[in-house]
Design a protein around this ligand. Structure first.
Ligand code: DC
Length: 262
């Protein structure tokens, strides 16, 4: 079933009025909350999370970038090859991996691995596949979840990933779960690469990669991707970037208003 969401104008913060009923109202006086956004790879959840954090003045944290950075560290050390992964070496050195985020000139943020900006390198298909593999390891998850929980302890965080609503912030006040069929997500990934000026792999290869990652994400023993019981779901197949942001802002308003009334 598709949820078709009407697209309305997203208001810049300066004109957001408060608790009135018009389209531009946003409950900005609400106590800060944590927002967990989970979903399949390439489903647009990072875009939603970034946009939502910007509109609310919250901190955005890309948990997938953290798994990618761990994978990059392991790839550079030669611990991950096409056919093998040296889990023992990674386990021994996991505490040497420090991941931080810092704002960039484009208004986004870059990922740093032990102080080095690795934002571009972690977006490669090799790092994505490595991330999918290291994210199956319990000791990697334990360390990254610890760091993520630390980042969210003051609230005011929008974090996206696979286990945010179920493991990282099980008490998050707002949990969103985003879906779209693999074919749609593969096409979006293909278009995005083209738009960025990269020469994309064949659509069929991207689709196969999306499906492979879905399978690994949903079937792994450690914190498999699943919708938290109290998460609100959006299938964004027919919803654009502005539409999904407006939906998320509406969910934020609904939850924070309900919380104030209780
Ligand atoms: O969202 P992404 O494609 O950047 O994530 C990279 C990989 O990391 C993906 O295969 C799933 C994994 N991941 C995870 O297991 N848990 C998270 N919270 C975030 C990502």
């Amino acid at each position: 079933m598709y949820i078709v969401y009407s697209i309305r104008k997203v208001c810049p913060l300066q004109v957001i009025a408060g608790n009135n009923e018009d389209d531009c109202s946003l409950n900005m006086h609400a106590k800060k909350i944590n927002i967990a956004i989970d979903g399949f790879s390439s489903c647009g959840k990072s875009t939603m999370a970034k946009d939502l954090a910007r509109e609310l003045g919250y901190t955005y944290i890309d948990s997938g970038a953290m798994y990618r950075a761990v994978a990059l560290y392991a790839i550079r050390k030669g611990w991950i090859t096409e056919t093998a992964m040296d889990e023992e070496a990674l386990h021994k050195h996991i505490s040497e991996i420090k991941i931080t985020f810092s704002p960039n000139a484009q208004g986004g943020q870059d990922t740093y691995l032990n102080g080095e900006n690795v934002e571009d390198e972690i977006r490669s298909l090799e790092a994505a596949n490595g991330a999918s593999r290291v994210s199956t390891l319990g000791f990697v998850r334990k360390e990254l979840v610890r760091q993520q929980q630390e980042m969210g302890k003051e609230k005011g965080v929008v974090m996206d990933g696979r286990d945010i609503g179920t493991v990282v912030f099980p008490d998050a006040e707002l949990k969103l779960f985003i879906t779209a069929p693999p074919e749609i997500r593969a096409q979006r990934r293909f278009d995005e690469m083209k738009a960025k000026g990269f020469n994309p792999p064949a659509y069929e290869d991207i689709l196969a990669n999306v499906k492979e990652r879905d399978l690994r994400d949903t079937t792994r023993a450690e914190s498999p991707l699943r919708k938290a019981d109290d998460a609100i779901e959006l299938n964004n197949t027919h919803v654009g970037i502005e539409g999904q942001l407006q939906w998320a802002l509406d969910m934020f308003n609904r939850i924070t208003t309900e919380n104030e009334q209780n």
